[in-house]
Design a protein. Structure first.
Length: 292
């Protein structure tokens, strides 16, 4: 599995991905999930992929070596929306070619992508701003917004809480990168299918080229500091939060009455257990009562 996250803030874009791939605990390796399409001064696009590695690589091959040379590519798509359509078309082409054979072997068509970047479109400043898209396995896509300025693919649940609490469109670019790294650290801590090294790319708005990129491994002092400090501060904050106060007061009891919490109460045994009578005897007893 993998974990990839991308953020779109006012100052630019942040992309972060791990490199672990696995097909069971005995088959763990590494492969890059981040691909950069860069024509300095004209366009800078980043594609993150997650899911079945053979499928994501097939989509990349389709993008780099299109069957139809007249078809739009990521190198000549006029807008970022058109670039997202190019990726979606490549996903559908791979699905058409591979899905049926995979289904016969019980393998799902599982791949998803995040595409972000900026393309220079002279005279149309609104369309030339950075954009971020999530592209699904059906080839359809959605764009980030001020309400949801980030996307995740892969093992997303462990790193989501910190992003939801911190990230907004006005978050400074370096703070967004820090947030992405903490999100990744939380994921690494809780999921063995995500692992180092990491690829971090930070794109400054209107640069139209890669401005900051780093490959992070076990020797990276900044990421090691984040790992250590984040864990220590979480424990510190946790210890500073008061424990529950179980002393009920007259005004605001902490807990509801005990009887409301009991869902099932076992029957209380009597000193002299009642012996069950045969069905026939009970019927006769009922008949006797009726006659009386």
């Amino acid at each position: 599995m993998t974990y990839c996250v991308a953020m779109c803030v006012d100052d630019g874009l942040v992309f972060l991905s791990d490199t672990r791939t696995n097909a069971g605990v005995d088959h763990i390796s590494t492969a890059r999930k981040m691909t950069v399409f860069e024509a300095p001064g004209e366009r800078m696009l980043v594609l993150l992929g997650a899911g079945n590695l053979s499928l994501t690589q097939a989509v990349l091959q389709e993008l780099n070596e299109p069957v139809d040379p007249d078809r739009p590519t990521l190198w000549n798509a006029p807008t970022m929306a058109d670039a997202a359509r190019v990726v979606g078309k490549a996903v559908r082409d791979v699905h058409q070619r591979e899905a049926e054979a995979l289904h016969e072997f019980g393998v799902d068509f599982n791949c998803s992508f995040i595409l972000g970047g900026q393309i220079s479109t002279k005279g149309k400043p609104n369309r030339s701003r950075p954009h971020l898209y999530m592209i699904y396995s059906a080839g359809n896509f959605i764009e980030s917004s001020s309400v949801n300025p980030y996307f995740q693919i892969g093992e997303s649940k462990y790193g989501k809480p910190i992003i939801d609490r911190v990230l907004t469109p006005t978050t400074p670019l370096d703070e967004a990168a820090k947030c992405a790294l903490i999100s990744m650290d939380s994921t690494l801590r809780s999921n063995l299918s995500v692992g180092l090294p990491l690829d971090l790319l930070v794109y400054e708005k209107d640069a139209l080229r890669v401005t900051r990129f780093v490959s992070i491994d076990h020797d990276n002092t900044y990421f090691e500091m984040i790992h250590r400090t984040w864990g220590e501060r979480l424990r510190q904050v946790f210890s500073e939060i008061p424990d529950p106060d179980w002393q009920t007061t007259a005004n605001v009891p902490l807990q509801r009455p005990e009887r409301e919490l009991v869902l099932h109460r076992a029957p209380v045994a009597t000193e002299e257990p009642v012996t069950a009578q045969p069905a026939q005897t009970l019927a006769q007893a009922d008949k006797s009562k009726t006659q009386r």
